[in-house]
Ligand binder design. Structure first.
Ligand SMILES: *[C@@H]1O[C@H](CO)[C@@H](O)[C@H](O)[C@H]1NC(C)=O
Ligand SMILES: *[C@@H]1O[C@H](CO)[C@@H](O)[C@H](O)[C@H]1NC(C)=O
Length: 257
């Protein structure tokens, strides 16, 4: 990781005179090395080392991070869906030694049931994830801001580890016909994924049988970036569900205008 030698020297000089911000090392930390820790001077709260994406070191609260997480969900078109294979494998096409083992596979998602905070999936019955879920597996869905950051800024982040990501855990639930039509699920999903018309559930031209599913989110684990400047930890499920569209519409993820 790059740090200019003059900044490093300045930081080291200051370290001898002032105290560093205390850093909680009791849980998972993705903090920078010691020389990168924000350093407060006696006369000013201004940190010495600032990056473009986080112009201030005010660590967002859990609730502020929850709103950012809901925006990340709303803007994400894909995620990595993880399911667990059943205890015993019956299919000749699946190796026996994957039994009881998680498998993460990238999948299409869309936030078609806002403001619930439950992602929408078009689950093809031929897919491994769907088979595992229908066999009773819980699921998790991981999202990151990595690709979208590069897409919107046309540059690589100075550190991808400092960009937000999360994992939602819960289970898949099939939507009822009423929920699908009242919620305009097909129109919403095909707006995000135009090619998904090829698999629309209930259509006789569909290449594969599909089901409209929601991931019922039980818990959300968030890594907002480095632990010395971002919230890292579990969200409160009730807060996750209560965030309104207006709230996540007003916040910005790193690199957004
Ligand atoms: C596997 O096959 C056996 C015997 O055919 C059956 O009893 C069992 O329920 C099957 N297990 C699964 C997970 O489908
Ligand atoms: C799924 O998660 C729930 C809640 O944590 C748990 O009670 C249940 O046993 C899990 N199901 C499986 C198949 O592991």
């Amino acid at each position: 990781m790059y740090i200019s030698s003059s900044l490093l020297t300045a930081a080291l000089l200051l370290v001898s005179r002032v105290s560093c911000v205390p850093v909680d090392t009791s849980h998972e930390q993705l903090a920078l090395g010691q020389e990168h820790l924000p350093i407060e001077t006696e006369t000013s709260e201004a940190p010495l080392l600032v990056d473009d994406d986080y112009p201030s070191f005010t660590i967002p609260s859990r609730y502020e991070s929850t709103v950012l997480g809901r925006r990340l969900l709303a803007l994400s078109k894909t995620g990595v869906l993880t399911t667990v294979f059943p205890k015993s494998i019956n299919s000749s096409r699946v190796p026996e030694d994957v039994a009881h083992t998680p498998i993460g596979l990238p999948d299409y998602i869309a936030a078609c049931e806002e403001p619930t905070g439950n992602p929408t999936l078009l689950a093809l019955t031929v897919s491994t994830s769907t088979k595992n879920a229908l066999a009773g597996s819980n699921v998790s869905l991981a999202l990151s801001w990595w690709d979208e950051y590069v897409h919107i800024t046309h540059k690589q982040p100075w550190s991808a580890a400092n960009l937000p990501r999360l994992s939602m855990t819960g289970y898949l639930e099939e939507m009822t016909d009423e929920e699908i039509s009242n919620g305009g699920i097909a129109a919403c999903f095909t707006k995000v994924h135009e090619d998904s018309v090829m698999w629309l559930p209930g259509k006789k031209w569909a290449a594969h049988k599909g089901l409209w599913m929601r991931l019922v989110v039980r818990e959300v684990y968030w890594i907002g970036g480095f632990g010395d400047r971002a919230y890292i930890g579990w969200f409160d499920p009730e807060e996750w569900q209560s965030v309104k569209v207006d709230e996540w519409s007003e916040v910005r993820l790193p690199g957004e205008k």
